[in-house]
Each structure stands twice: as structure tokens, then as C-alpha cells.
Design a protein around this ligand. Structure first.
Ligand code: SAH
Length: 217
């Protein structure tokens, strides 16, 4: 696939990144990754005025591509280092996975809706991003591929799924929005030892819900 990414798109991304800096995203590696990933290619509609606004956007199957500020905020909390092995729960459009790959991480991403999984599994490699994509229930994580240095959950969970925190390395970090369907609090969980965890809160966000089971169409 020829990648339609022009100087105009790049200019709009630069502006988006300037806006994210003003809103408090400071991690230079996060900002650099957002300035590289062509967000307009991740949307059904390629209207760039939507792609480069700091807003969430519908991607089909009742789901959304997260707002760039939210992607920046979660990614910053994750303290991504080159070579980190990262599990993403909620592939959605694949945009967050692409940002993590730009930062040099090894990415495993899982999605419960087959339609979205299939689309991303085909599309991301076409634009040069190669995460390991899985169709399944991310509540359970990926026990066969654990442990992970980092876990990022991009849907709002009613509580912290126990299966996930036990798939972290010691010293590993999980970032997850936890709450009800109105709003969730961004939690950062660090695994300190076998059964020892530290949890910090980082403010309110609104995500689509983390749901159990899979959707096979
Ligand atoms: N990270 C995405 C945002 C996705 S929105 C992006 O960058 O575009 C949240 C996604 O989580 C939706 O696609 C939804 O279907 C998915 N999801 C919800 N519950 C899930 C679960 N238990 N396992 C895997 N994916 C889940």
C-alpha cells in the first residue's frame, strides 16, 4: 500500500503535538512517536481535520480511536523503554499499538471484536507496523506470552483484572482506567514482588467499557 502521508499531514501532526505539550504531555519519546504515526490512516474517514484534532473518533463496531491526549497520557505513565515487552488490551484501530512500536517496544495486542482484530492484523503491517495481534478476551491477558514489562488497558474496567497483574514482571507497570460507564480513574499499578503491588491514581478519563467474552463477526 502506498502510504498517503504528505507534508500537510505532518504539519498538522506537529500542531497536534504542540497542543499535547501545552496540555501536559512531557515525555519527549511519546511526543516524537505521536508526531510520526499517521493517525489519519487509522480512521474510516480520512478527513484530516478530524484525524488531527485532539478528539476521540468512531472506528466502527461501536468503538473509538482514543483521543491523542489520552494516548499520550497513558503512554507517558507507562515509561516505555526500547525493547520493552508490552501487552495492549483493546487493539481498536491499532493506533496505540503503532505509537508503542514507534518507541521501540515489542507489542502484543489483543481485541475481543473479530472485525476490528482482522482489520488491524491486515492493515498495520501494510504501513510498516508489526505487533503480534490476537483475537480474544483481554480480561485474561495472554498467559502463554507472559510476563510483560508493561501492560496498557485501553478500555474502562470495572475493577483491576487479577489475571493481568500476575502477568507483569517484577518492577513491571500496568496502566488501566478503572470505574463505571460514566467515568474511570487512571490507575498505575507497579508489581513490586510476587504478591506485592503499588497503585497510584492519575485523574479521570472516559473510555468505552472493557467487556468479557468475544464477538465473532
Ligand atoms: N487502543 C485503541 C482504542 C480502543 S477502544 C486505539 O488505539 O484505537 C477499546 C477497545 O477495547 C475496543 O476496540 C473494544 O472492542 C476493546 N475491548 C473491550 N473489552 C475487551 C476485552 N475484554 N478484550 C480485548 N479487547 C477489548
Amino acid at each position: 500500500m502506498a502510504i498517503n502521508d504528505t507534508p500537510r499531514h505532518q504539519g498538522m501532526r506537529k500542531k497536534l503535538v504542540e497542543g499535547l505539550k501545552i496540555k501536559g504531555i512531557r515525555d519527549e519519546n511519546v511526543l516524537a512517536a505521536i508526531s510520526k504515526v499517521p493517525r489519519h490512516l487509522f480512521m474510516e474517514s480520512t478527513f484530516i481535520q478530524f484525524a488531527y484534532k485532539d478528539q476521540a473518533f468512531p472506528i466502527g463496531a461501536g468503538q473509538t480511536i482514543s483521543q491523542p491526549y489520552t494516548v499520550g497520557f497513558q503512554t507517558q505513565l507507562l515509561q516505555v523503554g526500547k525493547g520493552d515487552k508490552i501487552l495492549e488490551v483493546g487493539t481498536g484501530s491499532g493506533y496505540q499499538a503503532a505509537v508503542l512500536l514507534e518507541m521501540g517496544a515489542r507489542v502484543f495486542t489483543i481485541e475481543r471484536q473479530k472485525e476490528l482484530y482482522a482489520r488491524v492484523h491486515q492493515f498495520l503491517p501494510e504501513i510498516g507496523y508489526n505487533p503480534a495481534c490476537f483475537f480474544g478476551d483481554g480480561y485474561k491477558g495472554l498467559p502463554g506470552f507472559a510476563p510483560f514489562d508493561k501492560i496498557i488497558v485501553t478500555a474502562g474496567a470495572p475493577e483491576i483484572p487479577e489475571a493481568l497483574i500476575y502477568q507483569l514482571t517484577f518492577g513491571g507497570v500496568m496502566v488501566i482506567p478503572v470505574g463505571n460507564d460514566q467515568k474511570q480513574e487512571m490507575k498505575m499499578v507497579t508489581r513490586l514482588g510476587e504478591n506485592e503491588f503499588k497503585t497510584e491514581n492519575h485523574g479521570d478519563f472516559i473510555f468505552v467499557p472493557l467487556l468479557k467474552g468475544t464477538v465473532n463477526f
